[in-house]
Design a protein around this ligand. Structure first.
Ligand code: DGP
Length: 113
């Protein structure tokens, strides 16, 4: 990755976060600007800029992030939740380190804005 992002600094422990899950491949922590009662970010330790930057070799990692999202949702007591990956500026991506948003605790609308 060209420039370290705020998420790299969270992974390095340079910036604190409210951690909810971690393993050798990823870290999950509460979003600083929650858009729902539960809003957690799941990020790979590997510094992929976006989903678009993922390669065939990242297949297992991407699947792992999804399974961790489900595990964390259960940990948070959620029955229904939404996962979101914003890819690119026009899609709302502001931090260029791949992350899965896990949102829950309220009724969701569709389509998203
Ligand atoms: P996105 O817009 O999809 O790139 O989402 C980035 C999210 O990251 C956004 O919901 C706010 C969150 N965020 C940005 N900086 C920090 C931070 O320093 N700590 C935490 N916990 N979340 C952050």
């Amino acid at each position: 990755m060209a420039n370290p992002t705020i998420f790299s600094r969270i992974l390095e422990g340079e910036i604190p976060c409210e951690e909810v899950y971690k393993d050798e491949f990823c870290l999950a922590f509460r979003d600083i600007q929650p858009q729902a009662p539960v809003h957690i970010l799941i990020i790979p330790r590997k510094p992929l800029e976006s989903l678009q930057a993922a390669k065939e070799e990242d297949k297992a990692l991407l699947g792992h992030l999804m399974l961790v999202a489900a595990k964390v949702a259960e940990q948070e007591g959620l029955q229904d939740w939404r996962t979101v990956i914003n890819n690119g500026e026009k899609a709302g991506q502001t931090v260029f380190h791949l992350h899965v948003h896990l949102l829950g605790g309220r009724t969701m609308k569709w389509p998203p804005g």
